[in-house]
Design a binder for this molecule. Structure first.
Ligand code: ZN
Length: 318
């Protein structure tokens, strides 16, 4: 190549980069996708220096920016999971489907936040990114550690588990194994957090409703539980769960998840009294900055792909 030809080629590349940047800035809807924009522009510029066909590249890069859509802002989708089952016939999610969900969410611009960020958003006017998602698990099963955690740690995705604390203390012999305090201590520095799902009130009262919202009815010569006794039972249980978590992990206990999502005025009052600032339910919906009740979207089953989940989440933005 002669000197003038080289200079000409160089000049045309510079012009193309300027044109690309102008085009990208012009196409950015509100300036929200700044990070994506910066990445697209730099990778486009890199590719461009090795490419002689500029026009198709401009189209494909512009497409990338346009596709990074904002589905919602100033809201958080809190997803709910329980355990994992690899058996195809079982309803509970498998690791493969879980990974596919998270990959698809990431590709579509969703951002995973931690419980601390969520608490700051709900309680202290903290900001959250557009399309914010918080992963939560209920019950404290051991497969949170053996199945979910290695993947979450690798991808640096935060998650919270709500423990049935007694099952952790006893190991739940004869039942689904639960995570141990040692496993939790290992997970804490890697964006995992743990809160109460009661100490031992995760059951239905015989001939009654969920233990947290129901009083024991009169049965076989025994009188019914009084309101004072009910309040004491619930208060003592929630206090013990929090004490155990603080003793073992030294972490805050200001978030609580209702077993079966069941709550009433009494439980809300007691929950606040024992220091909970947020009460997590299973009512579906997205979470804005106001209120102490947390809504969740159930994502923990095998038949819900990443795209299904996105459709479900977006359904609550209307
Ligand atoms: Zn539960």
């Amino acid at each position: 190549m002669t000197q003038p030809t080289k200079r000409k080629a160089c000049l045309s590349r510079i012009l193309a980069v300027i044109l690309l940047c102008t085009l990208l800035v012009g196409l950015s809807p509100t300036g929200i996708a700044e990070h994506v924009l910066a990445e697209s522009a730099s990778s486009a510029a890199n590719k461009m220096s090795n490419s002689s066909t500029h026009s198709p590249l401009l189209v494909s890069q512009a497409g990338t920016v346009a596709a990074s859509k904002v589905h919602y802002t100033n809201k958080v989708a809190v997803l709910m999971y329980h355990d994992f089952k690899e058996d195809a016939k079982a309803k509970a999610i498998s690791l493969k489907v879980f990974q596919e969900q998270l990959t698809t969410l990431t590709k579509n611009g969703f951002k995973f936040i931690s419980m601390d960020e969520f608490k700051a958003f709900k309680l202290n006017k903290g900001k959250v990114p557009a399309n914010a998602v918080l992963l939560t698990f209920d019950d404290g099963y051991e497969d949170f550690y053996t199945v979910a955690y290695p993947y979450l740690k690798e991808k640096k995705i935060p998650a919270t588990n709500f423990l049935i604390v007694r099952s952790t203390d006893t190991g739940n012999p004869g039942g689904n194994p639960h995570i141990t305090w040692d496993q939790m201590r290992e997970m804490l520095p890697n964006k995992m957090s743990f809160y109460s799902h009661t100490y031992n009130q995760h059951f239905y009262i015989p001939n009654g409703g969920p233990a947290l919202t129901s009083r024991y009815p009169a049965a076989s010569g025994k009188r019914a539980e009084t309101l004072a006794e009910y309040r004491k039972r619930v208060t003592d249980d929630l206090s013990l769960a929090n004490k155990r978590i603080r003793d073992e992990l030294g972490t805050k206990t200001d978030v609580f998840s209702y077993p079966y999502g069941a709550y009433n005025k009494e439980t809300q009052t007691i929950s606040a009294k024992v220091g909970h600032k947020l009460d997590v339910t299973i009512k579906p919906g997205l979470n804005g900055p106001a209120g102490t009740l947390v809504y969740r979207i159930n994502a923990g089953y095998k038949s819900i792909s990443g795209n299904d989940l996105i459709t479900k989440i977006k359904g609550y933005t209307k």
